[in-house]
Design a protein. Sequence first.
Length: 578
Amino acid sequence: MVSTMRRTVRLATLELNSAKISTIRDLQQSYTDAKDRFLLTLGSTTMWRFLSNKHAFRDWAKDNDLYPNGVNVHLLDQAAFDAVDTWVRQIESVIAISDMNARIHRRFKDEDMRHYAYSVLTNYADIGLILRGGIPERPKIPVTDAQRTEVCRFLHRHLRDAFSQTNNPRAHLARSFSLDETMYTSFTVERKDQNPAKRQYVSIIGSVQGKRVVLPLSGISRVSGNIRVVLDPGSSRAFIHVSYEMKPLGEATGTEKAIDWGITEVATDQDNKKYGQGYGKVLEKITEQTNQNGKKRGKLHSLTKRQAGSKKAKHIARHNLGSKKQKRRRESAQATLRTITGSAVKDIVYGEGNRTRAKGRVPQIPSQRPSLIVCEDLSHLRGKAKSKKLSRLCSAWARSETQGRMNIHTHRGSSPTKAVNAAYTSQRCPEPDCGYVHKDNRNGDMFHCRNPYWNCNWQGGADKVAAMNLMARASDREITLYTPYRDVKNVLDARFQRRLESRTGDAGVSMETASDGVLTRVVEGDTTAHGRTPSEPRRVKPAVGDTPSVESSSPVHRLRTGETQRLESENKRMPRNV
């Protein structure tokens, strides 16, 4: 069975007169009021049995007099369907944000118990039953009653906490309404001696029965299926959102590709090819401008509060604290980022130059489309950045936009994707005979292996290293997508320990993890972990790039224990005259 995916295209109308705008606003308000009523009804977990069958909920709502009088029945049907879809997205987002799949994978080791838990989360009625303290039946899954009870108690506890941290969806703002094919018609009119020669119109239902509203489009496009009418609050135009089914291209036969997402550029693959290189400059410019404008607006806000009611405060509030210019600037910046991201994703999926081929004239080349794209999962990134500037960059980084475009084009290009665990991929040496992991290996955008046990000195770009490790992680059975990062570190350290023992041939050489998470060496006798005595000269410090190596009297890299760090810090605080 071939999977399907739909893509939404936004079609703009021409400027509308006040009568048409008023009619559209009335339809929006009626649609929003009905949808909000349906959302409140679906808030009860006993009603989640209708989330898998929206037509059944429509019939139930009619039988229970939930349809208001004086509103087009077909419009109310669409509001009921929209309310069901909204609750489905709400439940799926809560499950995704709470990392339920990862929690299940870590909690249960039995495959049948995992299968039972995953199958329960695919049925919305069963999710509602678990939240009420029930236990769903799955006769085809070989689990005992005790195992079912254990799984359901685990799911009940975590689902209850996850849903308690979110608010139920509501429809307060009247922004849009949905129409099916029976509620509108699309037609084209020939216009002689005019530019353009053809004009397309969409005629939708009105607030008065038997009277329709004709909306002129600014271009010509295919309009079919269910559409959504959105009124732009900043102008007198409306937008028609049309959803199309995307048909995938033929099978992709290119080589496998691993990509590491970034904020300096959109992505980097394992061959150090960078996509969307202007992304970082635009992102930094946007965040810096937003930060400076925010500081200035904050000062003006403080001034208006101190001089509240004065003529100066009113003048500042009217001419300097508006949001129209700020909104236009933000939308322009977001459009620039979307353009760069879209171009980079297309180059990744279709190959550079292959995506520009005209439809129906020159066919796409399957060998330029990767047969597999390995990437990190962007939906679970959490935590604070090292600096305020980096935090602003990460907050402005459109991860969901990148992930959405990737899903669309990989489906279109028939290039399957595989999300892998990205823990320590930019800190681990990609050399197969090394694999040393330490945070000091990475310095900004550069990677330099600081292995103190033998002379590795692997150097390269940090993003390239991350992509290479992601490719290797795709076939790693021991490190899965849901493995906690602490367990990933333990696995990588254990593998390096085995390499160290096999290289030195001495089981007395081992590594331990200090309380601060830094690996320390434990060596028996006078021989160090480098395989030589401390009296031997230091090794040559590697040079970065193609420049020749030079002798250095400074230590290459020392792994410091918590005790040595404490002593060094005390020495720094000690007065010089002591």
